[in-house]
Write a protein that binds this ligand. Structure first.
Ligand SMILES: [Zn+2]
Length: 289
């Protein structure tokens, strides 16, 4: 087993073939770690872009990479073959947020007609791991530079947004935050389910009789007497939620019940809301489950 930290730079290019934007990789930087998590070897390759030969000004400003540099680069297929040799047969790959991984897969799909990364046996999102370990919370993503600063690592002599330097800095962060037990738990085995999970896009369920919605999810209790409300009309789907009229035969109150069901890979995130139907001022109660 080898441990490889990857960082990529890419250029946003309009792609006729894909009918949209494509993040074309122009640089791959990587470090392979030794058993004590020090850097054993470095990998750096510029890639000659084919979708758009011209780099956007944004990319050049951010990365310092020029059109000329990438014109002297290697084709993506060659860079990937070299990276595979560098990584070995069974590598645990780490990236700072899984965006780099998504972009790498997107490029493999385009250039190699493959949805998978052959040498990757395990994967860990180092950004997520670091934020969990340091108890920084995971609601907001912390940038690599910011994380280095918070961990008081010296990044002054490194150029941020240069793939090889970013992977070196990521390795320094990894060394600082590594803890064997949590690390073992945080590494996902790379199999079919891993790729399915990665490409799954959450969406709002639109059909009220979707099997992922339980009947009990569609019940509401009167906010006054706590008795079950009676639904007095059909469920209707609006932009992102269902709503139906409800009535309490005890209190003679009318309500609107709202249910929002967001489908995740292996769960449903449910939000419920009960609104009192009134001509007077809106009297709302909220119930988030
Ligand atoms: Zn009631």
């Amino acid at each position: 087993m080898t441990y490889v930290i990857l960082d990529l730079e890419w250029n946003g290019a309009r792609c006729e073939q894909l009918g949209g934007y494509f993040n074309e990789i122009i640089e791959i930087g990587a470090v392979r770690l030794s058993g004590d998590r020090r850097i054993a070897e470095r990998f750096d390759a510029y890639i000659r872009p084919v979708v758009s030969r011209k780099l956007t000004r944004l990319v050049t400003n951010l990365t310092g990479i020029t059109d000329e540099q990438v014109q002297h680069g290697v084709p993506f297929t060659q860079a990937m073959a070299e990276l595979a040799a560098f990584a070995g047969e069974d590598a645990v790959v780490m990236t700072w947020s899984n965006t780099d991984l998504m972009v790498l897969i997107e490029n493999c799909r385009y250039h190699l007609k493959s949805d998978t990364i052959p040498f990757m046996r395990g994967y860990m999102d180092l950004q997520y791991y670091t934020q969990k370990r340091m108890k920084w919370g995971t609601a907001q993503q912390v940038s690599l530079g910011n994380a280095a600063e918070r961990l008081q690592l010296d990044s002054a002599d490194m150029e941020l947004h240069h793939a090889i330097d970013d992977s070196v800095l990521s390795a320094a962060i990894f060394r600082r935050v590594y803890e064997p037990f949590s690390f073992r738990k945080a590494v996902s085995p790379v199999n079919d389910e891993f790729y399915r999970r990665l490409s799954f896009k959450p969406y709002f369920i639109r059909e009220i009789d979707d099997p992922m919605i339980r009947r009990s999810d569609l019940r509401f209790a009167c906010e006054r007497c706590k008795r079950n409300l009676k639904r007095t009309g059909e469920w209707q789907f609006h932009h992102r939620y269902f709503s139906a009229p409800f009535f309490c035969s005890h209190c003679h109150r009318e309500y609107w019940g709202r249910v929002q069901a967001k489908r995740k890979f292996d769960s449903v995130e449910l939000k419920k809301r009960l609104l009192v139907k009134t001509t007077e001022k809106a009297n709302e109660t909220e119930e988030i489950k």
